[in-house]
Design a protein around this ligand. Structure first.
Ligand code: FES
Ligand SMILES: [Fe+2]
Length: 295
């Protein structure tokens, strides 16, 4: 049969989006749900092959510095938050929101030492960072909420062992669904809107799926449902689906061959418990499909 694709990138393979034009870094990236970042939590993340750590400063502001101590390169995420600064677990040096080292208990203090810090903001319940060089030229996108009347059912963060570009393309390539997946799932979107900026339009027609993509990593989709858990199979013209499932996928280019996925699901009805997909296994399955077949 067909040889298995075991890796992406590298010689003769798919070019990693992490090695493409660095203008891909000139965007705000929503890297974590605000609610997960408590006053004393350190959250390690990877973005464009670089390890970072998220924490809150003394005033509660979300902050992001390199996850590598300026002293002996110990990951700062192994330390703890002390008075709004990250304290390294190895020799206790501390770093503030700007990445400046303010305490060196292991040695006489030496001025001007620090680690790189990213511009970091908190908008709409997400922690956003700007990994690019220089000042951000655009504002943080502000449309990460489901439409009014929807209730958020789950927020999940998953590490998916699939290249960012490949995963985004697969997500937008809905035409593969009836061929690769269950033949019962005949829902191919009539419209996929591509956006680089600006708020999401208010027109969610036509059913059953409307998708919107905001480069380089955010996909929003709204799926009309006839019954909880079942995609509408009736003719679509004039079809008014009574219930909807709204999803947000944020595919963050973490490192080569790996995507950090932020997933949010919301409903405009109360779903039956049994109708809710087991998201974790769904994604493991998806990752394997993307890696081992055309879609
Ligand atoms: S490695 Fe961080 S304080 Fe020494
Ligand atoms: Fe698929």
């Amino acid at each position: 049969g067909r040889p298995q694709v075991t890796s992406v990138g590298g010689l003769g393979g798919l070019e990693s989006s992490l090695r493409l034009d660095e203008s891909l870094q000139h965007f705000w990236f929503p890297v974590e749900f605000s609610a997960s970042l408590k006053p004393d939590t350190l959250i390690p993340i990877e973005l464009f092959n670089v390890p970072w750590v998220l924490f809150r400063d003394k005033d509660g502001r979300a902050s992001c510095v390199a996850d590598e101590c300026a002293h002996r390169a110990c990951p700062l995420s192994l330390g703890k938050v002390v008075d709004g600064e990250v304290e390294c677990a190895y020799h206790g040096w501390t770093f503030d929101r700007q990445g400046a080292c303010n305490r060196m208990p292991s040695t006489p203090f030496c001025k001007g030492v620090g680690v790189r810090a990213l511009k970091c903001e908190e908008v709409d319940g997400f922690v956003w960072v700007w990994p690019g060089e220089g000042e951000p030229q655009v504002e943080v996108p502000k449309h990460m909420h489901p439409p009014p009347g929807y209730k958020i059912h789950a927020d999940l963060v998953l590490e998916v062992p699939v290249e960012h570009g490949l995963l985004v393309e697969n997500m937008l390539d809905m035409a593969h669904t009836p061929f690769t997946h269950s033949p019962a799932a005949k829902a191919i979107p009539d419209i996929v809107r591509f956006k680089t900026n600006g708020p999401l339009g208010g027109n969610w027609d036509p059913y059953p799926i409307d998708m919107s993509f905001e480069a380089p990593c955010i996909t929003l989709s709204n799926i009309g449902l006839a019954k909880p858990g079942q995609v509408e199979r009736q003719p679509r013209a004039g079809d008014e689906c009574p219930k909807h499932l709204w999803q947000m996928h944020v595919c963050l280019p973490a490192k080569e061959g790996h995507t950090r996925l932020l997933y949010r699901i919301a409903f405009d009805f109360t779903p039956w418990l049994s109708a809710i997909p087991v998201i974790g296994s769904l994604w493991t399955q998806k990752a394997n499909q993307v890696r081992s077949c055309p879609g």
